[in-house]
Design a protein around this ligand. Sequence first.
Ligand SMILES: Cc1cc2nc3c(=O)[nH]c(=O)nc-3n(C[C@H](O)[C@H](O)[C@H](O)COP(=O)(O)OP(=O)(O)OC[C@H]3O[C@@H](n4cnc5c(N)ncnc54)[C@H](O)[C@@H]3O)c2cc1C
Length: 309
Amino acid sequence: MRNPPAPDIPDSRVMYDVPLAPLVTWGVGGVARIMFVPRTENELSSVISWVHSNGTDFFVLGGGSNVLISDAAFEIPVINTARMSAIAVRQSGDTVYMDCLAGTPMKEALSLSLENGWSGLERAAGIPGTVGGAVAGNAGSKTGFIGASVERVVTLEPDGSRAEWSGRDIEWGYRSCPLFDGGKRIAQSVTFRTERSSGDKVARLAAETMRERKSQPVSARTAGCVFKNPSGNSAGKLLDESGCKGISMGGARVSEFHANFIENHSGSARDILSLALLCRKKVLEKFGTYLDFEVKTAGVWEVCPDAGE
Ligand SMILES: Cc1cc2nc3c(=O)[nH]c(=O)nc-3n(C[C@H](O)[C@H](O)[C@H](O)COP(=O)(O)OP(=O)(O)OC[C@H]3O[C@@H](n4cnc5c(N)ncnc54)[C@H](O)[C@@H]3O)c2cc1C
């Protein structure tokens, strides 16, 4: 496909044939034929208007820590939010609102709240990626979900218009936010609501969340948990008891530490997906439980990401 004419934003923020592998934590994926890297809300708005006027779909890439991108070239435009990073703070009594552009690393929002003793984001301790990615997937831990601290989300709608959503009105699900189902809408900014607390208490809660990670392979190339926990059960436990730990396909291997993590050791996206599908099959055969993906698959696949076997 030849590159379509890009919108009127500086060329340095419109890139062609960009390898995606360095931009995702699994380190796999083909090239993006066209990638937009907006820095401001206005630039993002121009990109969305262009996408809309060209009638094309798009894919939003945040920190790339929860996506499996196929090895084939990515033909639809990729919007990379990496440069849309800024935090503004407003206070009202003991409530502190943090207005974050969507590409702000969650780590930065968390650090600012920890430094100041603002409570609310501790449940995101140790979660890589951006504010937009965290909200799109309602990221969380055993101690809670990020959606509980969202005051407001500003989105750009499929027709390019701007919309505001109250966090309290959103029906947050387990690792899901219905606003972003279908990938047609993009989060432009998010306001977190935190409360003044004691620095020690906030640090203690964040440390508790971090302790949960001891069983995770944090130094390997992974994308966090591959599958969601089925109701009342642990995907990691089912995978472990189905004999998945340590099995490999090409350069992809199920972690010896945690069976719900797949490590990439110089493998391809195909290796990772094939291994994930094999693991899902093993669990289905042994327990009759079908595991849903927590990671998002994107791109063009020879094997179907949603295949049950
Ligand atoms: C070592 C490790 C540990 C992890 N631990 C956890 C954990 O404890 N809990 C947890 O929930 N997750 C965990 N994850 C997964 C991941 O870090 C989170 O899901 C994270 O919130 C994803 O954010 P991201 O910016 O990387 O999103 P990406 O991976 O870039 O994107 C994920 C999805 O969100 C969409 N998206 C991203 N930005 C936007 C936007 N601005 N608007 C609309 N859609 C958008 C993308 O299109 C994609 O569908 C872990 C990952 C790793 C590698």
